[in-house]
Ligand binder design. Structure first.
Ligand SMILES: [Zn+2]
Length: 712
């Protein structure tokens, strides 16, 4: 066993809020793992922070007419706040715009240069002559050579997912000026990944580096090894570690040719783990170097599968090239979480945003965490559905866990005034672990011990779903213990046996109050309060109860006064779930409350009431709709205005199908002069609302409102 742990979670990119895919991919598994280690009394530091560099930040700033610093300030705050609310308990949540990070990254670069890790090469890159600067890959748009998407970026096509380089694009254009970029020579520093291929292959597949066994590859996930080997098999090429950019960490300026160059974001981002650890050590009077440079530290990176290559090949190559650093013992990357049958998509707002969840489901943070663990994409992609979320909450958290806890507390208050009863441990009762099996008090304590050990083993193997299943098995057995012994029926005839059953049930609850802590931290504390056991210190609490149980000692002692029972979880009703489903994909992409800037159209000039009164706007209903031949945009509608039926051509065909709009109640500008369009006379105009993305919505009166009446 290693002496200490350094656990990192992927640095989220500070250009948007956090969604459930991020949570299930990297942060929740890391948090569970760390909480467990702390409960076992292990020395652990858990670091993360905002990744605030890279061209996507400057692109966003340009789009929003603000500065890159303003963008990262906004989202750093949002991300930090969201992590706190959903209970991701970092020791430090740092940021890569911090001076200590710039310093750490630059020192790293100098050392790599000194060690000859780079190849200096002058290559031709796209330059915008109008804007007078080199173009980051993200700043070049053109047609994707794979799928013909006309808006592919220089590094990636977001439509087909192909990784591209700017020279792959057909008809490239600069996003800065719209001009056609020209190629110009520029010098960059390339990491000699080709020189690292051999040792990386050995290290990944055998766990051996420099003749030392550093990890057992059997502990690594298959899909992680698979992705690494498929990269290694293609052969590693030198990769540029610098960029021509105006936002990021400067290449140390004393180096000849460094002017105007920044570190590649994928060089500086993982170094963010190191600078975060340094800052944490400064704040806490610790030595950061023991965490990064001592062989008895276990370094574990939690990431999503899109980051595997950087964490398993490129960052280790950087650490090795530097020479002073340890390598990760595991990179337990998760696969992707899908949402209601589709891929999560920020641009289509097909997502559940964690900050929105926390605002709308206050006090139910653990319900989301629970479902995320149940659906964690540990070995394969998985799926979140709101119905599934409701089911796991209502059937498992409420009916199993909360119900068990509540019954035990209520009965203990009813029979023993909330005082844990003293017992005769030799009395027999029916075990909750198996039907028709006689249980003994000692045996049951030892079963609980065994279950906690199993849970721990699974967590240490990064099998969080299985670990949670074991925890819920304890609760299930507790319910069965009550069900099989029916204390409410037997309390009069065999009161001494009922004391044993309830005392034991209280031991189950006490064990659960610690066992659920990694998964459901908020509920664990509520449970501690109900048991009047004092909040967890997250410092060896689990180890302490394991030590008691293995000796056959109970966790809550006779004569201990319990607290009051309260609801641990509450049912989530259908209408709440339906509202969430209805919200999916609608409106503009969600951004966190604080400061998302929407661009509104400017107000038109002031008019007088008479100007408005000239418009005859009427309520109506669409009776029929058909596509217009040769027109992509127009639908031909017949609209019931009560007193007559109008033919109206409406430019909504790209937004609605004919079937969708039949029966729709609408508002019609009825006195607009008739206009011939494509051989048909349009007799009025349907009023629509339009948002900033150009999406349309009908404007309609209340359901059932009669047709033909005016709008004032
Ligand atoms: Zn494409």
């Amino acid at each position: 066993m290693k002496k200490r742990y350094l656990v990192t979670a992927a640095l989220p990119y500070a250009n948007g809020p956090l969604h459930i895919g991020h949570l299930a991919g990297a942060y929740l598994p890391a948090d569970i793992y760390v909480r467990y280690l702390r409960l076992m009394g292990r020395e652990v530091v858990f670091v993360c922070g905002s990744d605030e560099h890279g061209a996507a930040i400057t692109v966003k700033a340009r789009k929003e007419g603000t500065t890159p610093q303003a963008v990262v300030d906004q989202y750093h705050t949002v991300l930090k706040d969201t992590f706190e609310k959903i209970g991701i308990d970092f020791d430090i949540y740092h940021r890569t715009s911090a001076p200590i990070h710039h310093e750490t990254s630059q020192d790293f670069f100098r050392k790599l240069l000194q060690k000859g890790a780079f190849l200096e090469e002058t290559t031709e890159q796209y330059f915008d002559e109008v804007a007078g600067q080199f173009l980051a890959d993200r700043y070049i748009v053109g047609t994707c050579p794979v799928c013909a998407n006309p808006e592919a970026y220089g590094d990636q096509c977001e439509k087909c997912g192909s990784a591209l380089s700017p020279t792959d694009l057909i008809d490239p254009k600069s996003m800065l000026s719209g001009s056609v970029p020209v190629k110009r020579p520029t010098k960059h520093w390339f990491l000699r990944l080709d020189q690292h291929e051999a040792w990386l292959r050995e290290w990944i597949n055998t766990g051996v580096a420099d003749g030392k066994q550093l990890h057992n590859p059997a502990d690594w996930k298959n899909h992680v090894l698979g992705q690494c080997n498929s990269w290694l098999d293609q052969g590693l090429q030198p990769r540029a570690m610098t960029r021509d950019l105006d936002w990021g960490v400067d290449v140390p300026q004393e180096i000849p040719g460094a002017e105007g160059k920044k570190l590649y974001v994928w060089l500086d981002a993982p170094i963010g783990y190191i600078s975060a650890t340094r800052q944490w050590a400064l704040d806490n009077g610790k030595d950061w170097e023991t965490y990064w440079k001592n062989d008895d530290t276990a370094l574990v990176h939690f990431i999503g599968k899109d980051n595997i290559v950087f964490h398993c090949l490129i960052f280790p190559a950087i650490l090795k090239a530097h020479g002073d650093y340890i390598l990760p013992v595991n990179v337990p990357a998760n696969q992707f979480l899908n949402l209601e049958g589709r891929k999560l998509s920020t641009s289509k707002n097909w997502a559940v945003w964690v900050h929105e969840y926390c605002a709308e489901f206050k006090g139910q943070e653990d319900a989301l965490r629970y479902n995320m663990v149940k659906k964690m994409p540990e070995q394969a992609d998985s799926e979140f559905t709101w119905k599934g979320f409701q089911e796991t909450n209502n059937n498992e958290l409420v009916n199993n866990l909360a119900n068990f806890v509540n019954r035990v507390l209520v009965l203990s208050h009813k029979y023993y005034a909330g005082i844990v009863p003293a017992i005769n441990p030799d009395l027999d009762f029916k075990s909750g672990w198996e039907t028709d099996k006689t249980g003994s008090y000692d045996q049951e304590l030892s079963l609980l011990y065994g279950k906690l050990r199993e849970m721990g083993t699974e967590i240490e193997r990064f099998n969080f779903r299985e670990a949670l299943r074991i925890v819920m098995e304890i609760s299930g057995a507790g319910n069965a213990l009550l069900q099989f012994n029916e204390p409410w029926k037997t309390v009069k005839d065999t009161p001494e046996t009922v004391k044993v059953v309830l005392n034991l049930a209280l031991q189950y609850v006490a064990v659960l109050s610690v066992a659920i802590r990694p998964f459901l931290p908020f509920s664990a504390n509520r449970l501690r309060k109900m048991l009047n056991l004092g909040l967890l210190r997250d410092k060896g609490d689990l180890l302490a109860i394991l030590n008691e149980l293995v000796e056959g000692n109970p966790i809550v002692l006779p004569n201990h006064a319990l607290g009051q029972s309260e609801h641990l979880f509450s049912r989530i009703p259908d209408e709440v779930i339906e509202a969430q489903i209805a919200k999916l994909g609608g409106g503009a992409p969600a951004t966190a409350s604080a400061a998302e800037k929407t661009t509104y159209e400017p107000m038109k000039d002031t008019i007088q009431y008479d100007d408005f009164a000239k418009m005859d706007i009427r309520t109506g209903k669409i009776l029929t709709a058909e596509k217009m031949e040769k027109s992509k945009k127009l639908l031909k509608l017949s609209v019931d205005l009560g007193f007559e039926t109008r033919t109206i051509l409406s430019g909504i065909a790209e937004h609605f199908s004919p079937e969708e709009v039949v029966g729709q109640q609408v508002l019609v500008l009825a006195n607009l002069a008739p206009r011939p369009m494509m051989g048909v006379e349009s007799q009025g105009m349907i009023l629509m609302a339009e948002n900033e993305e150009g999406k349309l919505s009908f404007v309609s009166p209340a359901t059932g409102w009669p047709n033909g009446f005016g709008v004032k």
